[in-house]
Ligand binder design. Sequence first.
Ligand code: ZN
Ligand code: ZN
Length: 155
Amino acid sequence: MPPRSRPPTHPVDVLKRAGLLGTAAQIAVLDYLQHAEHGHFSAEEIHRRIAAHGERMNLSTTYRVLNQLVEAGFVASVPLGKHHSLYELNTGKPHDHLVCVVCGRVEEFSDPAINRRRNAIAKKFGLRFDGRALALQGICADCAARAHPPRARAR
Ligand SMILES: [Zn+2]
Ligand SMILES: [Zn+2]
C-alpha cells in the first residue's frame, strides 16, 4: 500500500465519488453538518459557525457549496419560501417539518398518509416529485402562549 493513500472514507474521496471536486469549502460544510448535533441550519448560520472555527469562506461560497451538497444528496434542504432555506444532513430518512415563524423552532414529523397523498397528487399533475420535504409554517404552542397568556384571555 502506498504510504500516502487515504482510507476510502476520507471526505475528499466520498465527495469525489459523488462527482464533486472535494474542495476545502465542501469538506468544511459537510464536516460541520456531520459533526453538529442533528439540526436545521440557515446558510448564514452554517457560514458563521464555520468561520468561528477559523475557516475562511465567504457567504456566497457557502450557498454555492450547500447547493452542490444538496444536488449530490449529502444535504437536504427545507425550503421556507422566497430565498430562504434551512439545511440538514441527509440521513436518508424522509420526513417533513413544522416551523415556527416566531422563534424558528423546527420539529420533524413523518406521516404515511401525507406521503401517499403527496405522491398521488404529484402523479396527477404529472410532476416528477423530487422528494423535497414539506414545511408547515406557523406559530408554535410556546410562542402562542407567550403572545396570549391564559390570564389575559380570562379577563
Ligand atoms: Zn415558536
Ligand atoms: Zn429535518
